[in-house]
Design a protein around this ligand. Structure first.
Ligand SMILES: Nc1ncnc2c1ncn2[C@@H]1O[C@H](COP(=O)(O)OP(=O)(O)OP(=O)(O)O)[C@@H](O)[C@H]1O
Ligand SMILES: [Mg+2]
Length: 178
């Protein structure tokens, strides 16, 4: 793989259960210390993704958006730290509050509204970008921030629908190869 040209995958889910199932399959690739940012508009399906991911880690508690705390912790095969930055006034608050700190090394951290932390998010992470809302199909882009996160791309089940323009081409420069 050429540095700077990490591939990404773009898939489509047509209902919430499919998004949860996709997340559950990806959870098989989870390792301690992993960081996953969930980016998408209100109602895109970030929490649905977290529910499916957590269930596959063996978490039996109901995962809901941690609206009144910035982070909720769940016990599973790996601990899951579910962060929701929607109400975050200022990224500095989160860092000052120790939001992304040493505790997460033993578990997987899922961060809704991760873009609010901007450069304070570690580069080593998986981005899950969810496009669509309401009853629309969701276009879900899985983008590894570094090569170690590429293993999540291999965890996408064979039956998952690929979006138009999926694959390495999508990560290539506009004039790539021509
Ligand atoms: N393909 C799909 N994937 C995920 N959710 C879907 C899909 N189709 C419909 N939905 C519905 O969209 C809603 C997604 O809600 P969810 O709470 O997961 O969004 P969210 O991105 O976490 O929003 P918020 O920013 O408010 O936290 C749910 O009601 C779910 O049933
Ligand atoms: Mg949510």
């Amino acid at each position: 793989m050429i540095a700077g040209q990490l591939s990404q995958r773009v898939v489509v889910t047509r209902d919430a259960a499919s998004t949860r199932a996709l997340a559950g399959a990806l959870a098989a690739a989870a390792r301690p210390g992993d960081m996953i940012s969930l980016v998408g508009d209100l109602g895109a399906g970030k929490t649905q993704f977290a529910k499916g991911f957590g269930a596959a880690l063996g978490i039996t508690d109901t995962i809901v958006s941690p609206s009144f705390v910035l982070m909720a912790e769940y016990r599973g095969r790996l601990p899951l730290f579910h962060v929701d930055l929607y109400r975050l006034a200022d990224a500095a608050d989160a860092l000052a509050g120790g939001l992304i700190d040493d505790r997460q090394v033993e578990g997987v951290t899922l961060v809704e509204w991760a873009e609010r932390l901007a450069d304070a998010m570690p580069q080593e992470r998986l981005d899950v970008l969810i496009d669509g809302s309401g009853d629309e199909p969701r276009r879900i882009t899985l983008r590894p921030g570094d090569a170690t996160y590429a293993r999540y791309l291999d965890a996408v089940p064979a039956g998952v629908e690929a979006a138009d323009g999926d694959g390495v081409e999508a990560a290539m420069p506009e004039d790539g190869g021509r």
